[in-house]
Design a protein around this ligand. Structure first.
Ligand SMILES: [Zn+2]
Ligand SMILES: [Zn+2]
Length: 78
């Protein structure tokens, strides 16, 4: 009886390991949003992200001004 239980435990561990290896629950495998400025590789996190009021893009704090990031103007004259 005890051996059966051990067998089940091992099986669960193997499934969990395969799940981890598949990358489904690996947070580092997820695509992280980055600052749209080409030379800036700042990963946008909750604490260093600001939303531009002009183009509504999410940018890092050092590129928060429209002149510092490729801001696409929303109010384009037609
Ligand atoms: Zn930036
Ligand atoms: Zn902008």
């Amino acid at each position: 009886m005890s051996m059966e239980r051990v067998g089940v435990m091992e099986e669960e561990e193997v499934i969990l390991e395969q799940h981890v290896r598949s990358g489904d629950c690996n947070p580092s495998n997820k695509k992280k949003p980055r600052c749209p400025v080409k030379r800036c590789k700042q990963v946008l996190t909750f604490s260093n992200t600001t939303t531009c009021k002009i183009c509504t893009q999410k940018v890092c704090l050092s590129h928060r001004f429209p002149s510092d990031h490729p801001a696409t103007k929303l109010q384009e004259p037609h």
